[in-house]
Design a protein around this ligand. Structure first.
Ligand SMILES: Nc1ncnc2c1ncn2[C@@H]1O[C@H](COP(=O)(O)OP(=O)(O)OP(=O)(O)O)[C@@H](O)[C@H]1O
Ligand SMILES: O=C(O)c1ccc[n+]([C@@H]2O[C@H](COP(=O)([O-])O)[C@@H](O)[C@H]2O)c1
Length: 231
């Protein structure tokens, strides 16, 4: 399952678990994006409007650690440049050449798949599983005439328990000091607080000392992964 996971929330985890159960998958690999090119700020520098990749990666590790079937891959955050699913699937295939790959995607992401890089190749690299998400229609109608050209078994649409949770709402809540408990795993709440993620920067008062408004840089955070906090 690919995602920006800024932060990972229980909607992601329930969807992944449901697909693992329905398709009897041995493993679900969560793949945090490196540079999600459709989430860039239009500032000329093409800056991702997302938290640093290492923070998103660590939250994903924390959220999935207790489930033996869940793992997290760094393929997208270690690849330079914009993140394309076609590269994700090729990299994972190289790492697990004998595995049948399924790519799990929510109804919203599925509906924009025709805008993805080299989207025609995607269905030859993995089976796609589109999962329901409150507020979005789950159908493949947007694929139009392309649907008939897909390999058999290329796309499955499944209903999963409805959780009206989004990362956007979690960021807004954290920024406003409202609770994100029970929307994200407890460890992720604690990580958000520890790293002061999603807080609107406060102007510093001269002469007042106190805890730094900025979190410590993470060891290993690389320049090409660094990015701007969400607005
Ligand atoms: N509540 C949910 N139910 C089902 N699928 C979901 C849900 N939230 C996200 N997804 C799917 O998980 C994948 C990764 O989503 P992403 O990390 O962008 O989370 P998001 O909540 O959509 O984030 P944002 O609000 O920042 O856009 C996408 O395929 C998305 O459609
Ligand atoms: O390949 C692409 O061009 C592409 C464009 C947009 C999104 N995706 C993938 O879709 C997944 C969900 O993305 P997002 O931005 O909704 O978190 C994630 O794995 C992204 O890499 C992929």
């Amino acid at each position: 399952m690919g995602g920006t996971f800024d932060p990972i929330h229980n909607g992601h985890l329930v969807a992944a678990n449901e697909v693992a159960d329905r398709f009897d998958l041995d493993e679900v690999v969560f793949v945090p994006t490196g540079r999600p090119w459709q989430k860039l700020v239009d500032d000329g520098a093409r800056t991702p409007a997302v938290s640093p990749a290492e923070d998103r990666y660590l939250m994903t590790v924390i959220a999935t650690a207790a489930n033996p079937r869940f793992s997290v891959s760094r393929v997208d955050i270690e690849r330079r440049g914009d993140t394309y699913t076609v590269d994700t699937l090729r990299d994972l295939h190289r790492l697990h050449p004998d595995a049948d790959q399924y790519f799990i995607t929510g109804a919203d992401a599925l509906s924009s798949i025709l805008t993805w890089q080299n989207w025609e190749e995607l269905f030859g690299l993995a089976r796609f599983v589109g999962v329901s998400r409150p507020g979005y229609d789950l159908d493949a109608g947007h694929l139009g005439a392309h649907l008939a050209t897909l390999p058999p078994d290329a796309l499955h649409l499944i209903e999963v328990p409805a959780l009206a949770i989004s990362s956007t709402d979690c960021r807004t809540r954290a920024g406003e000091g409202r609770p994100v408990w029970y929307l994200v795993p407890d460890g992720v709440v604690q990580y958000i607080n520890k790293r002061r993620l999603y807080r609107t920067p406060q102007p510093e008062s001269p002469g007042v000392s106190g805890p730094s408004a900025q979190p410590e840089p993470l060891p290993g955070a690389d320049d090409h992964l660094s990015s701007k906090g969400p607005q």
